[in-house]
Design a protein. Structure first.
Length: 469
């Protein structure tokens, strides 16, 4: 039973704060359900909301943990599957069986249906936590519900009143569990390792032990497409360098090695994929709603800055591999090597500024914004300055997960405040005066932060040790 207890505590080890809050939600839901004889049926509704949302998030967290735990070497351990099954029964008993039995004992209306729906939410959370593509299903369901909200409400009422509602919920839960466990418990060879600094913005994430996560068929095809562009870009850069060696072409080679998915073809492909998803969302849902089109630029900056936290994490994970690069480059001093890395990574600033402007332009077209040039200029200046700051702080920032998260929040909030302030400034002073003032303040700050971070990074000795878990 010790192994079962360790498996149950898995979420507390990886996300202690979130796990504690979700357990408090379960406790609050159970307390509300137990108080039904004194507080009335309203407490049962509160309990259903707490338990339903709690088991969804708890199961999603558990699915993400299991995705890192259920690796081939773990699955071959004696008794691993049996202990995993006992852990699943404990979760089932806590979140579903005990609340449902208590509801039936207290005579709560529709207690059995509520228990089946809670189980369905738990199964969906586990499946979406272990198989990320299922999150797209939630998005599609919300899109359909937003398209015909009245029809969705009527369908939900009809299903709730049907005697087939409970069996249907149990059947769907069983299918989702089967889908999740089929991939989690399948023993297969690990995928070929890849660069921690790659960027597809499609989530080639890694498990807790650094192994590549399992991908669906569509995800594997897209990643093969991105990998093919990286191979072609590396081959072209290598051929050009061999034909006529120079410092510039040597830097291009380093960039193709460190940032394989930041070549022109991959950037264009990434923009097309994001444009297709955003266009579908706006056409399907947002045309029914009125919202401020200026927010498009803020969303574009958020998408652009989302790359840098992963960059900081990837640089730490890539340290052992950078020893080979150090020996290959054979720098005269350690500072020269550190400067080569910073110069290579600096290309992410114009790439981020370009993608931010492209996303903003797409949003302007889809939302028919009334001040397109004002939004584009604001997004360009703020995106470039925020990219410099984000690259600087994630390059020399804290090592711990909490410190990196706080730094990321600070950079993101600063970029959002600067974007809205810049938009107001452009409207108040005009494009020439307002744009000049905005560029002077933001770019001066971004360049100063970057130069200071670059100097600090060059003074640090190269580190090739793997980061502590």
């Amino acid at each position: 039973m010790r192994a079962v207890g360790q498996l149950w505590l898995l979420s507390f080890r990886h996300a202690p704060l979130a796990a504690a809050l979700l357990q408090l939600m379960w406790l609050a839901g159970a307390t509300a359900l137990a108080s039904v004889p004194w507080t009335g049926i309203a407490a049962a509704s509160i309990a259903a909301v707490l338990l339903g949302s709690g088991i969804w998030l708890w199961s999603m967290l558990l699915g993400m943990d299991l995705r890192g735990l259920c690796q081939p070497d773990s699955l071959l351990l004696p008794g691993f599957r049996r202990r995993l099954a006992w852990t699943g029964l404990l979760h089932l008993l806590q979140w579903v069986l005990l609340p449902t039995a208590l509801g039936l004992l207290l005579g709560v209306p529709h207690a059995l249906l509520a228990g089946a729906l809670v189980l369905l939410l738990g199964a969906f959370g586990l499946a979406s936590g272990s198989e990320r593509y299922l999150n797209l299903l939630v998005w599609a369901l919300f899109v359909l519900a937003g398209w015909k909200p009245g029809l969705a409400t009527q369908a939900a009422l009809v299903l709730a009143a049907s005697p087939w509602a409970v069996p249907l919920a149990l059947l769907l839960a069983a299918l989702l569990l089967r889908l999740a466990l089929r991939d989690l418990l399948r023993v297969e060879d690990r995928q070929i390792d890849s660069s921690p600094l790659e960027n597809t913005q499609l989530g080639r994430s890694r498990s807790a032990d650094g192994a590549p996560a399992r991908r669906g068929a569509v995800g594997r095809r897209l990643l093969r497409l991105f990998d093919a562009t990286a191979q072609r870009a590396m081959a072209r850069a290598l051929a050009r360098y061999r034909a006529r060696p120079s410092a510039l072409r040597r830097m291009v080679l380093v960039r193709r090695l460190l940032l394989p998915h930041d070549n022109p073809q991959a950037i264009a492909l990434r923009l097309l994929l994001v444009a297709a998803l955003v266009s579908f969302y706006v056409v399907a849902v947002m045309h029914r709603q009125h919202f401020d089109a200026v927010m498009v630029g803020a969303y574009a900056i958020l998408l652009g800055l989302a790359r840098f936290p992963r960059l900081g994490q990837g640089m730490r994970r890539m340290r052992p591999n950078l020893a080979d690069l150090y020996l290959t480059l054979a720098p005269a001093t350690r500072a020269d090597y550190q400067k080569t890395l910073t110069d290579a990574l600096l290309v992410l600033v114009p790439i981020t500024a370009l993608t931010t402007v492209a996303y903003t332009a797409l949003g302007i077209v889809l939302t028919h914004a009334t001040a397109p040039w004002r939004m584009l200029l604001d997004a360009l200046v703020v995106g470039a300055a925020a990219s410099l700051v984000a690259l600087a702080v994630h390059l020399i920032g804290p090592e711990g997960r909490l410190g990196r998260a706080l730094v990321d929040i600070a950079v993101t909030l600063g970029a959002m405040v600067t974007y809205w302030g810049g938009y107001w400034l452009l409207g108040a002073l005009g494009y020439a005066l307002g744009g000049g003032a905005l560029a002077l303040v933001t770019l001066s700050f971004g360049i100063a932060v970057w130069l200071a971070a670059q100097r600090e990074y060059q003074h640090r000795p190269p580190c090739f040790d793997a980061p502590l878990a």
